[in-house]
Design a protein around this ligand. Sequence first.
Ligand SMILES: [Ca+2]
Ligand SMILES: [Ca+2]
Length: 343
Amino acid sequence: MNSLQTTVSSFLLAIMGASGCAVAESPESLGESEAALTTGGPHLLWQNTTTGELSAWVLNGTNVVDKQPLDASGILLVDSLRCRATNSCFNLSWKAVQTRDNTILWNNPATGQYQEWQFDYNGNVTRPKRPLSWTCTNASGCEAAWKPIGRTSTPGTGDCGDLGCFSQDGLLWHNSTTGEVSRWDLDSSGTPATSGTNVSGKTALSWKCGPTDGCSQAWKPILTADFDNDGNSDVLWHNAATGAVSAWMVKGATVVGTRELSWKCDTASGCAQQWKVVGAADVNRDGRLDLTWHNPTTGQVSTWLLSDATVTGASELSRKCDAECSRSWKPLGYVSFPQLPPR
Ligand SMILES: [Ca+2]
Ligand SMILES: [Ca+2]
């Protein structure tokens, strides 16, 4: 057995060793003492694809301490918002693109719209933002050609004023036919409901991943996250054939290099078929991003703990979402709850 196989096998052993079974039951309210645990994060957000219900596993490191329901009652009076947790519109119309901090970005493929929710310390959705000013529709050919990868941040540059440089938000896309990786730049001016919803333009990254060099056949973009904590969101890719998981390290719109993780998840070992990336967050709270996977068959949720590109070990959550659970629930990604207000 070569070192690669050893690495894959030891990963599988590490994440498959635990036993036990639990499903994501209906959400429960948290007591006051438990509520204190819900501030900050990361916590793992799930969606019931039948009912649309949202529920978070509240994490204390790798221990799941309770669930926090996401109650969308705060938005029920907003007639224009066609997706809410009290009906089944999620699986019919709107699909989650990415969670980040206390936000969820949704896409309606029928209209090509993208819209963000913000929620408060109780998980109530308080601020459904206006849909982004650009759409990516089927009619225009955009939806077939371009897939959203995730939200991005880019540090501000130039004369930033007395308050310092604000980061520029964006939404990154990949066109697997042309190879282009391009960002919608989001204008952060305006009211809280409109800030970040005006697409001011688009910016192509300096590297492409298309079919001419074999890239887009082998590599799929997984998510965006800032792996080196420099304020620029990086792009994580997975090659299921080789198992390689590698990030494009980004500065502004320039890809300055790659960072390949020391562990792999390939097809030959069965890993790539069984495990799907859930999200990147600092699960063990050591200041470095980690990468979390879910196995819908066994229910395990396991995290590669990262130190730069080195995977230092795997850490499995205390709760599982197995095959029965996975028929209804799917992980959307990590969220964090804002701090409780002062009393
Ligand atoms: Ca970065
Ligand atoms: Ca970490």
